[in-house]
Design a binder for this molecule. Structure first.
Ligand SMILES: C[S@@+](CC[C@H](N)C(=O)[O-])C[C@H]1O[C@@H](n2cnc3c(N)ncnc32)[C@H](O)[C@@H]1O
Length: 204
């Protein structure tokens, strides 16, 4: 149960965040503006939010997640560092037509579009297009197919396991993402460790 006197107790751990945060941060440092508001969609445990807000003090970091237990975890991690540039997490479902925020200077979404129905990805592209000014970045991180092919056997196995858990989930094809995100241009694709990509889209 969430205890407001001990928010740290709600902290959840996602070991992958400890492995991927340094390489993701390297891209963020290069691609995000030096100042402004970054909306993180699907913050999960909040470990990324804390690490990125701490490393990028010129930016205000806005975490979000539709899962109340995960928002409690974000608050738990946040309480353990007390960063002035880390906001309270928003209850944001990417597939919703209305988001509880009306502007941002960048949107970051890590490991969500393959672990949610495709409508969440479509909602993400529509919502980010509403929020972002021309030229602003939307960053996606995760595994992707390229030209309909997996980039590694481990990604094919992961895809099969995702589809086994929920037929609406699955590793997305980069070309389909590019076509669906029609309000954006594909600015950069960065190869990341463990056969993941960071995809940098920019608002047209
Ligand atoms: C694998 S976790 C990734 C969390 C975090 N970004 C990370 O890398 O550790 C997937 C996240 O997507 C969130 N999620 C699922 N469906 C969503 C939706 N429709 N809108 C926003 N977030 C969603 C889940 O609540 C969960 O936090």
């Amino acid at each position: 149960m969430f205890d407001p006197l001990h928010p740290e107790d709600a902290r959840k751990h996602a070991p992958a965040t400890e492995r991927n945060r340094a390489p993701i941060l390297e891209v963020l440092r290069r691609v995000l503006p030096p100042q402004g508001l970054v909306l993180e969609v699907a913050s999960g445990t909040g470990q990324h939010a804390v690490a990125f807000a701490e490393a990028l003090p010129g930016l205000t970091w806005q975490p979000s997640d539709p899962d109340p237990g995960l928002r409690a975890s974000v608050r738990g991690w946040s309480a353990s560092v007390m960063l002035p540039n880390l906001r309270d997490p928003l209850d944001l479902d990417a597939s919703a037509a209305d988001w509880p925020i009306d502007r941002a200077d960048a949107v970051v979404c890590i490991n969500m579009i393959h672990i949610a129905p495709w409508t969440a990805a479509l909602g993400l592209f529509a919502g980010a297009a509403r929020l972002l000014p021309v030229g602003a970045p939307l960053l996606l991180y995760g595994p992707f197919l390229r030209d309909g092919r997996h980039t590694a056997p481990s990604n094919a196995e992961f895809d099969a396991s995702l589809r086994g858990r929920n037929p609406a989930w699955g590793v997305r094809d980069l070309g389909e993402v590019e076509r669906a995100a029609s309000a954006f241009t594909l600015a950069e694709v960065v190869e990341m460790p463990a056969n993941n990509l960071t995809v940098v889209l920019r608002r047209r």
